[in-house]
Write a protein that binds this ligand. Structure first.
Ligand code: B12
Length: 171
């Protein structure tokens, strides 16, 4: 999936091809996961990912979820139209390291700030890395709502997640 990610970033592969590769990886991982668990190989971290309230776009979010799984993260995909309680409940339930939020509409992207505020109020913000993405977003917006990272695509999301986990763990 590393090679697929680089080729997607460089415009050599396109969304349908990346989706096919990610699905093949997912099927392979379903076979390998129990064997890896037995051999004691640790997952890189747990990510809760969802599309925010009012928004039902999920193609890009699912692509990020599959690429993250392929890279060795445990991914809890909570679907679309999630309010802040839904994100917070899932973070608590799965002891998540990363929260990923997706929005494709200019009217729904501000809700990401609401979720971050709720994470702060619940005392969870310091515990999780917040990554955001979706076509209308940019780095300035991510900075404005105090997310840890904006990622333009799924390949960058995987790379960024690995880097931020390594920084958090002091590696
Ligand atoms: C497909 C689509 C739909 C489908 C969605 C199907 C689905 N299951 O997702 C349907 C038909 C349902 C739909 C509905 C609507 N849509 Co629409 N849709 C699109 C379209 C054509 C493609 C989106 C897409 O899938 N792109 C491909 C994926 C791979 O790219 P991506 O989502 O950007 O994801 C990548 C990155 O952004 C990033 N990323 C994404 N999420 C995340 C999350 C994290 C954590 C990270 C790190 C990274 C990351 O990585 C991804 C993979 O590389 C876009 C136009 C466009 N070109 O973007 C319009 C678009 C987003 N839609 C639009 C609109 C207006 C609507 C509707 C309001 C239309 C209507 N009047 O009903 C409704 C909204 C319904 C709702 N409440 O959500 C507008 C938004 C305009 C705006 N400024 O807000 C757009 C831009 C079209 C346009 N030009 O007008 N839509």
């Amino acid at each position: 999936m590393d090679v697929v990610g680089v080729d997607f970033r460089d415009g050599i592969l396109f969304v349908p091809e990346v989706l096919m590769a990610a699905r093949a990886m997912k099927a392979g991982m379903a076979i390998l996961r129990p064997l890896l668990a037995e051999s004691g190989v640790r997952e890189l971290g747990t990510m809760v990912i969802g599309t925010v309230k009012g928004d039902i776009h999920d193609i890009g979010k699912n692509l990020v979820a599959m690429m993250m799984e392929g890279a060795g993260f445990k991914v809890i995909n909570i679907g679309v139209n999630n309010d802040s309680d839904s994100f917070l409940d899932s973070v608590r339930e799965h002891d998540a390291d990363i929260v990923g939020m997706s929005a494709l509409l200019t009217t729904t992207m501000p809700y990401m700030g609401v979720v971050i505020k709720a994470l702060k109020e619940a005392g969870l913000r310091e515990k999780v890395i917040v990554m955001v993405g979706g076509a209308p977003l940019n780095e300035a917006f991510a900075e404005d709502i105090e997310a840890d990272a904006y990622c333009k695509d799924a390949a960058i999301a995987v790379q960024t997640a690995k880097e931020l986990i390594a920084i958090r763990d002091g590696k």
